[in-house]
Design a protein around this ligand. Sequence first.
Ligand code: AMP
Length: 394
Amino acid sequence: MYNKVTVEDLDVKGRKVLVRCDFNVPLDENGNITDDTRIKGAMPTIEYLVNNGARVILCSHMGKPKGEPVPSLSLAPVAKSLSEKLGKDVVFAADDNVVGDNAKAAVAAMKDGDVVLLENTRYRKEETKNIEDFSKDLASLADLFVNDAFGTAHRAHCSNVGVTEFLKPAAAGYLIQKEIEFLGNAVNNPVRPLVAILGGSKVSSKISVIENLLKKVDKLIIGGGMAYTFFAAQGKTVGTSLLEEDYIDYAKKMLSEAGDKIVLPVDTVVAKEFANDAESKVVEGNIPDGWMGLDIGSKTIELFKDALKDAKTVVWNGPMGVFEMPNFAKGTNVIAQMLADLDATTIIGGGDSVAAVNQAGLADKMSHISTGGGASMEFLEGKDLPGIVALTDK
Ligand code: AMP
């Protein structure tokens, strides 16, 4: 398990601290930020550094400019938003080569507590290839490094991995620290019973997650479209439901190895077609010809509730049905509510289940909502995340 130096372990007063943030926010056609969640998420680390007299140099990528300056992907709007949130001027260093004359002059003029934001790190072609020149350029600006960009922690780029070769110590910011604490501990060092809930469309995209979690959990609840490949493995018919024929044997193997650890739906809300207003009914066991499963039924909800009742740690990834359609969102919403009511550590492991919990208005009732899509999945797969591995050990 990771035990990394954190931002609070650093002596930052008067030091230049390069902070890799995730400011990859959506913009409208006029360059206005339409959702500032990620900027808000970075504020605790930035505020801590400012309040402790560091000279804070922020960097991030935005979108995919593919190694060249693309004005519509400039971080200039982020500097404006940060200035408003911090209540102080954030100097934007508008260099097409990210570490250019503007950045160097801005950093040279910094006083303790000042904040400078560099241009989109992906304006440099070296960034995503982790080529040393750019890592050295970034490191040349600062004395210390903090990584707070969990969303890119599964990638080895200059601004999160390469730079740590030249700037030590390299510490975890609050966001990464929280991901390690919750998502990492949930899987590797959980308070038991640990129950995982997996849903979503495909078995094939979650094989590594299933395999890793099966080794660690006390129970694995499977819902959503992926359940029907397991139905087929049990010899049930699935009608026109999602089915990955190539994975039926795999599902059989998982079921025989996992014994009663795997909990599958016992009834299904089925519909005539993939539409919110399609004719629908609930069936137990086999799904009849011409019908497709779009949500879990009420007996399954009770079964899952029972499997969850003593849980002390729960990790959830993937909806229980087509939650985007109100008529097939019940299973997902009820699971979200069950987690909200549980006396347990509840972790929403990225992707569509985060959207589902937000849609149900229950986000603040969960212990932790992971901020990274791909990075969260790789954590659940038990893979090492390069952006975390590269940080200095305690
Ligand atoms: P994933 O990205 O694999 O987590 O899948 C999320 C998607 O799975 C969502 O868009 C859901 O609508 C979809 N999904 C969940 N259950 C079903 C189902 N029974 N049939 C079709 N799609 C489903």
